[in-house]
Design a protein. Sequence first.
Length: 137
Amino acid sequence: MNPRLHALLDRIGATGSLLCAIHCALLPILIALLPSLGLATWLGDGFEVGFVLFATLFGLAVLAWSYRRHRAMRALGLLLPGLAVLWIGILYAPLHHALVPHAVAMTFGGTLVGLAHVTNLRLNHGHVHDASCAHSH
């Protein structure tokens, strides 16, 4: 894959995941302001499930693709627990319906996913094609 495309995908993943973390951290405050701000659509369950599904598919695709290049587990080691926390926050009803614990879990999971993309970006940037690399030319 083109290194510039790799970098772009990781930047998109990191930005989206960190925006998700900010969204989740601000959720309790925004819920109090919902009636006056008209943000119900952005804070609903459908948006949350859709975003976590997208983050899962996008993150797994980009990081698995990158793993073939750099063979380092660090990024996947952040991504997988982050995704697990996000899915538990959505699927485990007692956590999903507890406002502050849910916001904390989703913020933590989103931050891990964002950090996984940042780590992956650094791993790809530091990768040098040499004789031991399967992708050297």
